[in-house]
Design a protein around this ligand. Sequence first.
Ligand SMILES: Nc1ncnc2c1ncn2[C@@H]1O[C@H](COP(=O)(O)OP(=O)(O)OP(=O)(O)O)[C@@H](O)[C@H]1O
Length: 253
Amino acid sequence: MLGGEHDFFFISTALLPARGSPEERRMIEFSRVSLKYAATQTLALDDLSLTIRKGEFVYLVGHSGAGKSSFMNIILKRALPTGGEVRVAGQPLSHYRGRRTPQLRRHIGTIFQDNLLLDHLSAYDNVAFALRVTGVPGREWPGRVTAALRTVGLEHKQRTLPVQLSLGEQQRVAIARAIVSDPPLLLADEPTGNLDPDNSREVLRVLQQVNLRGTTVVVATHARDLVETFRHRTLTLRRGRLVRDDALGGYAL
Ligand SMILES: Nc1ncnc2c1ncn2[C@@H]1O[C@H](COP(=O)(O)OP(=O)(O)OP(=O)(O)O)[C@@H](O)[C@H]1O
C-alpha cells in the first residue's frame, strides 16, 4: 500500500525527492524546528530535529508541557514554527499556504482528546461526515463507513447515537472517523486519555492494525503501561527538545 494508494498525498511533484530515495521514505521531517508562542513567549519546541519514516509506529512521550501537542499542531499547521523547516511526505509545510492548508489536513487522520463526536449524528453518520468533508462520492460511503466501524469492532452500533455509547466506544468511533479516508498519516494525541485499561489496550490494538495496513501512526501519550506493553519506537521530549530516541521502545521518564 505504501507508495501506492497513498501517493495522492504528494500533490506538487516539483519539490519532491526522487522516487525510491531515502528522502522519499520519510513521512515527517523536523529540521531544527523551534516554536515560541508569542502571547506567553513560551519556547514549546527548541531546535527539534527528527525523522519519522513512512509506515512507522512511533510514540511521543514526555512530561506535561514537554511539547508533544505542539509537535502535532505544527504538522497540522495549527501552529507555525518560529524557526527551522518541517516536511510532511517530502513536501515543505510552507507549501501548504492559505487554501492549500485543507489539502494537507485532508490527508492526516487525527484523534485528539477534544475531537468530540457530533451528538445528534449516529456512529455511522459521524464517520460518514469525514468522507463528506473530504469530497468522497456518496456511493462509496456505506462500504467504507461499515469497514471502518468493523475495524474498531463497532459494526453492530452503526445506528447508535454517541450518548448511547460508552466512552471507549465513542473513542473507537472517533478512530473510525480518523481512518475511514485511509489517511497516509495518523496523529493521535492522548487517544486513551479517558479510558480504562481494557479499552486503552483495545484502542492500541486498533491503531496497530491501522499501522499494519500502511498508515504511519504517531501517538502522544502518558500511558507508560501501553508504551511498555505494545513496544514501538519511542521519542522522548523534554522542554521542547528530543532527549531520547529508543528504536525498541520503552518509557524512560
Ligand atoms: N496556545 C498556546 N499559547 C501559549 N503557550 C502554549 C500554547 N500551547 C501550549 N503552550 C505552552 O507550550 C508548552 C508545550 O505545551 P504542549 O501542549 O505542546 O505540551 P504537551 O507535552 O502536549 O503537554 P501535555 O502532556 O500536558 O498535553 C507548555 O509550556 C505550554 O504551556
